[in-house]
Every structure is written in structure tokens, then in C-alpha cells.
Design a protein around this ligand. Sequence first.
Ligand code: FE2
Ligand code: FE2
Length: 385
Amino acid sequence: MRIGIFGGTFDPIHKGHIDVASAVFNAAGLDRVIFMPTGDPPHKVHRNVTPGILRLQMVQAAIRETGNPKFSVSDMEIRRNGYTYTVDTLRSLHAQDPDGEYVWIIGADVLADLKHWKDYHQVFRLCSFVAMYRPGYSREDFRTEYMELTREGARIQFAEVPSVDISSTEIRSGCEAGRNMDGWLPGSVAEIIRENGLYQRDKHKNLETAAQELQNRLSPSRYAHSIGVMEEAMRIGRKVGVPEDKCAWAGLLHDGAREFTKAQYAWLGLEGDNGALLHAKASEILAATRYGVEDPDILEAIACHTTGKPGMGTLAQILFVADYTEAGREGPHFDKVRDVLNREGLLPAVLAECEMTIAHLEEQGKPICQDTKDTRDWARGKLQE
Ligand SMILES: [Fe+2]
Ligand SMILES: [Fe+2]
């Protein structure tokens, strides 16, 4: 079984990708092609790549639309957060299917780079390559690289593929400029782009517009809570020296997806019944895609506001605590965190909140999220330093 692996960011996948995959499938005598969207880049090098879950969803929709049973999608790299090395992906693939013969699909221009891949000798053992080139080129153009790599043990075949007149970059900028790019996209992908407001010029909303939109999206009590958290986060931010606008955005948007239905969560690739946990990740996605938030601190804060996270940044701590101490929250739990916040400061309040959440869940016999326990231990350790 010769299995082609077609990796890429797929931001978004377009008809050119499908044409190329079909051409390689035939030219290289493959039995299957697995599309493998890359994981989200680590926050530090974030260049505003669409969240993996949405890129995955677009690829899945596109493949479904082809109706080609030889094509499938793997979420292996998306599920593994951060940058993934090809060698690790290949090891996982072999572990899953030891008899599979893997063929890594690359552009012929990538040949020159192969020797910079991590553990490339290992890569050469675990897969062969099919190097694609466009009409107008020939394998002779890549002879030097070919000779050098085969000496090192690489197995390389070539395939001519049709030239593609579009790129994902052009589709993104076309959408941003308000042009209709549907002709280049599978219909279901165009729909996902529209539904999620991806690649839109005016997605960088100001706080006021965002608040208005949110008011339409949320119930009155949830909206009031969001405004309360926004104000409280700004107040804490002033005390600990975090810019007000960062606090405002994190507070305003932190529960943006809190009232999603199970189907809506599933639509974002988030599975499970626990909306109390799912909404943090979903709200992060919403903040990035619908409201154009790119600041990694704000996205981190929203993503971990329910459970906390060891090593969480100051803004994340502010949001975590403000969610409990905003003016609308009433009850002894909340008073206790307020008290610790005012007397001892932010990190002690994070610790107090974790301890109380854990005690509360234990009392009710409910499962306790590992992240919350880890955050408690982390905060405890930090305070003892
Ligand atoms: Fe929340
Ligand atoms: Fe909240």
C-alpha cells in the first residue's frame, strides 16, 4: 500500500491543492493520499495563521466534497500543538500502520532543503519522496539535488503536475479586499470561510463594535457578566501594570462562545459535553477569527480562563481572577477570592481560586480538571520561591 502524505498549512485549502493531489496520485502510482494540515505555529512566531481546528475543518469538507475514496485527512499534526517535525509524524504513522509504505509529497524546490530537516537520514529510511514540478520544468532541472540526496539514501521520484494559478495567500488577500474568491474554492470551504468571517478586511473591530456584536450574541445576563469582567480586569490591570486595552479585550471576549450549542462546539472540532470547559477554547477561536484578535497574551488568557494553566502570564492571571471577582458575582466563594486579591495580590488570588474550585468540585463528587490542579501546584510553588 503506497500512501502519499500531502502536508501543508492549507490556509485555506483550494481547488489547486485537489488538482495537484489527483495528479500526483496518478503519476506516482499511489494507493491513497492523506492530507495532513500542519499544527498551529508556536505563539512566538504567530503570523496570524487560522486556528488549526478551522483549517482542519476546511480540509475535511474539501475532501468530502471530492467524493474520492482514495483521499483522506489526518489530524495528527493539528492535534499535536506547536511545530511538528516530519520525522516525528513519520514515526507516528509507522506506529499506526507498520506495513504502510509512505511517500512524502513535496515541491521539487524543497529538495534543496531536505538536508536541513531534522534527522533527515531517519526520514529517508521512513519514507520515499515524490517531487512535483510544474510544466516548463523537467527533472533535469533538479539533477544536482537528486544526485546528492540519493547518495545519502533518499528515494526520490518525480511527477509533473498541472500549474496552479492560485495560492492560499492570494485567496486570503482577495477575501480581505472584498473580492469573491468562490471560483477557486470547493463550495463547502467557501461556506466555512463565510460562516467564520475568515480573511476579512474589517475583522479588526474596535472595542465598541465588538461589544455591540457580543450583545446580540449573548443572553443579557452573560453580556452583563462579560462587561463586568472587562471592567474588573481593567481595574486589576491598572494595579499590576498591564495595559488597559489588553485587559478590556480579554474580559469582553472571554465568554464569547459560552452559549454555543453542542453542535456549534462540534463544528469547531471541539468534542464533549462539558460546555463549561469547551467554551474557553471556542471563545479563543472566536476572538481570533471573528474579532481579529492577534495578541498572543489575550488569546492565551481567554483559552485558559476556566481552568488556569501552569506558567500562565499576568494577563491570563488577571482574567482568571476577574471572572470571579467582577461586581456581578455574589456568594462566599467570590468574596473570598476578592478578599485575597485585595489583601495579598494577584497570584495568591489565583491560588485561592484554584483551591476553592477544587474543594467545591470534590464536595460535589465531580471530576477535577488536571490543569486546575497543576495551576494550583504551580502557583503554590511560585509563592514559596
Ligand atoms: Fe467562562
Ligand atoms: Fe466568565
